[in-house]
Write a protein that binds this ligand. Structure first.
Ligand code: M6R
Length: 611
């Protein structure tokens, strides 16, 4: 996720900005930059890659001035490059932006028609142009930012400086975090608290729609209605490490809680509801190409492979194309049957997993078209794939994947609708219904986070167990696999995921009073639900203890299971996004109670770049 830092005061701003950006490095980024105003001249220094690249450019020719803004970029629109790095400028206006401008294509077109030329591929640059237009029309900087923001559909944390108004930073936010740091004769703005802690602990958390005007002696905040407001000043006592985790004990916990936002960002700007269609940047496949596909092959490892298994259900149901899901590590050693009639979809959070990359190369060498579903723009996968669908989850730091999984599922659902429309298996109206379900998911994810106290009680009860079994049917089978993987990787408890129908073929032999069995039992679809009730009975009859993840209000399973966790019901293909959350929490709390290293479990690496 991108980082923002801004400074106005009586000191040279560039070193303060760079050191603030360093405090945000843990969030991941692919390029960085600063813009400083001195003597009414805007100076911008940007560089792709690590902050040390920026530092050496700043060191070689230090931009002078006591007001400035800086940014670390995590690419979403446009590859990582010097040109796409922030700050973006237009005729003396400089902006740094976190978030996504959904209507940037339309705005760019309109601006071009009015003679504007763009120097980057980003959506963010639009802000600099819109603001400049308003300044030309006679608005002052504050009013220009207000008017520009009113034309934007999307999310933003935005900080702006203008060389002709060299004493003020104007910043505003909507659905992206932004904080103000108060100092003596100096003020700061940042996307996150850690960037400011070395200078001040007096922090204001901006609220939705707030706009702030910062000068060296004053920080004035206006609400959405333009009224001056007094937001509370909080004394932050967090250590820098606590601040990085946003007050959460572990990154994994923070990332579990980020899922409503992460999934919303994955969907944002892609759902064309009135057309019943999906927009993907860089999409090149024609309806004829999609109709000619003989099958889709999904390649991935670990959690991403589980996402692929859910993705198979989505694509087969909505686009009616046969889908194979292969472990990337197995694929290339079995002389796979791949040809040019196939679409290979490689799924990887990091985009650097060696097995997945090798499988993609193998498939491409045999003529297949390769698509990446990936979270890191500019990673090896996005470079090697013919086209990529980014998941926009923001950097995932905990080794155990959480938000990467749910955003991969959202991306698969969008892909399934897109393919369905191109193949003609979905009418416009059907696609609209599916997309409406999808846009409702972030709200359901917010609601499901509230089950945490219940999950914690279950974790306390079972934290000493030596084994766990997870059962699911249909689209919940991969969720069972994912629940088991999460638990084993961070708590070191032996756990297995099974399809409910497989119970009688072996695992039932394991059931006794020491075996907790987590059963994922949504009421829809009806048949798997009825069958999984049978599984619950089987476990109970053998003394096993059942923890059931059920739809809210399902009284029937409540009478059968020992423990139940109620989640808001969702349509069958999207219910995996919701049902996964309590399983992530269960793994997290069991591990935390056992005192393991949750974010960096033993023997594991975040990105597996070896075979
Ligand atoms: O970066 P990738 O999605 O390609 O990583 C694949 C697996 O290594 C990863 O999902 C791993 O299984 C996680 N630790 C699961 O939490």
């Amino acid at each position: 996720m991108c980082g923002i830092v801004g400074y106005v005061g009586d000191k040279e701003s560039a070193p303060i900005l760079v050191s603030g950006l360093k405090k945000l490095e843990y969030r991941g980024y692919d390029s960085a930059g600063v813009a400083v105003v001195g003597n009414q001249v805007l100076n911008v220094v940007r560089s792709v890659g690590k902050l040390r690249n920026l530092e050496s450019r700043v060191g070689a020719e230090p931009p002078r001035g006591t007001i400035g803004i800086g940014h670390t970029r995590w690419a979403t629109h446009g590859r990582p490059s010097d040109e796409n790095a922030h700050p973006h400028t237009y005729k003396g206006v400089a902006v740094v932006h976190n978030g996504i401008i959904e209507n940037h294509l339309v705005l760019k077109e309109q601006l071009r028609a009015r003679g504007h030329e763009f120097s980057s591929e980003t959506d963010s640059e639009v802000f600099a142009h819109l603001i400049h237009e308003e300044l030309e029309r006679g608005a002052d900087l504050v009013e220009a930012v207000r008017r520009a923001v009113a034309q934007i559909k999307g999310t933003y944390a935005l900080a702006v400086i203008w060389e002709r108004d060299p004493t003020r930073i104007v910043c505003t936010k909507e659905s992206s975090p932004m904080v103000i740091g108060l100092g003596e004769g100096q003020n700061f703005v940042a996307s996150d608290v850690p960037a400011l802690l070395e200078h001040t602990r007096d922090i204001i958390f901006m609220e939705e729609g707030d706009l702030a005007v910062l000068s060296s002696g004053k920080a004035e905040i206006f609400n959405r209605a333009g009224e001056v407001v007094n937001r509370p000043i909080r004394k932050i006592s967090w250590t820098p490490m606590m601040a990085e985790k946003g007050g959460h004990k572990h990154f994994m916990h923070k990332e579990i809680w980020e899922q409503p936002r992460a999934v919303a960002d994955t969907i944002r700007g892609r759902v064309l509801l009135s057309e019943g269609d999906v927009y993907f940047e860089g999409w090149t496949l024609t309806a004829d190409q999609v109709r000619a596909l003989s099958k889709v092959t999904v390649l991935a490892c670990g959690t991403s492979w589980h996402a692929g298994l859910v993705g198979r259900a989505m694509i087969e149901k909505l686009a009616r194309i046969p889908v194979e899901v292969d472990l990337a590590s197995e694929f290339r050693y079995r002389d796979p049957l791949v040809d040019a009639t196939q679409l290979v979809v490689a799924v990887s959070q990091s985009g650097e997993t060696l097995d997945t990359l090798a499988a993609v190369r193998e498939a491409k060498a045999r003529g297949a078209l390769a698509m990446g579903i990936c979270n890191v723009m500019g990673s090896a996968l996005t470079r090697e794939a013919d086209l990529s669908v980014m998941t926009n989850a923001g950097p995932e730091i905990g080794v155990a994947s959480t938000k990467a999984f749910t955003t991969q599922l959202a991306a698969f659902y969008l892909l399934a609708v897109k393919l369905g429309r191109l193949r003609g298996t979905l009418t416009m109206q059907q696609a609209q219904e599916h997309l409406t379900h999808l846009t409702g998911i972030p709200k359901l994810l917010e609601a499901v986070l509230r089950v945490e106290p219940q999950v914690k009680r279950v974790a306390r009860e079972f934290m000493k167990s030596q084994d766990f079994l997870f059962l699911g049917r249909g689209a919940m089978f991969p969720v069972a696999l994912e629940g088991a993987l999460k638990l084993k990787e961070i708590s070191y408890i032996h756990a297995e995921g099974y399809a409910g129908g497989e119970m009688k073929h072996g695992p039932i032999a394991l059931i006794d009073e020491r075996m907790p069995v987590v059963v994922i039992a949504p009421r829809e679809p009806k048949e798997p639900y009825e069958k999984i009730l049978g599984n619950i009975e089987e476990v109970r009859a053998r003394g096993g203890r059942v923890i059931a993840i059920i739809d809210e209000g399902d009284q029937h399973v409540k009478t059968l299971a020992d423990w139940t966790i109620e989640v808001p019901p969702a349509c069958a293909l999207l219910a995996p996004l919701v049902a996964t959350v309590p399983l992530q929490m269960l793994a997290y709390h069991v591990a935390d109670m056992r005192g393991t290293d949750v974010d960096q479990p033993r023997n594991l690496a975040k990105s597996v770049t070896v075979e």
